[in-house]
Design a protein around this ligand. Sequence first.
Ligand code: HEC
Length: 158
Amino acid sequence: MLKALFLTTFVATGAFSTAAFADGDAAAGEDTFKRCKSCHGIVNGDETIVRGGRTGPNLYGMIGMTAGTVEGFRYGDDIVAAGAAGLVWDEENLAEYVADPTAFIRTFLGDDSARAKMTFKLRSGGEDVAAYLASLAPMMEMEEETEEGEEAEEGESS
Ligand code: HEC
């Protein structure tokens, strides 16, 4: 009886685990983001969530997005190659990336001469920033499901 209950709980939690996978603290991540905003803003259409610099791409909706695909941003070749090779940001790999972008891209591509244009390294708190970014935007997957309701969705936003 009890065992069955545990099992159900385990499975149910599993279904939602992607969002909380890297175990970050979004509130702490908001604070950590102060270290990113000299280069990155967070902008959703007309709504500026964090006003930031333009050295790096807008980070709105980054979780669930293919690496190197923010329109209008001029990336380095290697992150674009990583995206083309299937790199999609989730909380876990984004936290790894910000800890050492060049090392991450090298490992991902298996190419020791690859480089990231992001020169900053975050020593700790990457999971928190990732959780913060995840908390701001719905996952891309969810958009597919609501495709039919898109017009209705655009009309109201809170
Ligand atoms: C000194 C400027 C700078 C700082 C500070 C910085 N970044 Fe970046 N970031 C960049 C640049 C430039 C790129 C583009 C990398 C490339 O083209 O190789 C980038 C790329 C990224 C990407 C990949 C974006 C994509 O579209 O695939 C993520 C995620 C990211 N940064 C997160 C962060 C986070 C989180 C912080 C703070 C902890 C941060 N960055 C701090 C400059 C910066």
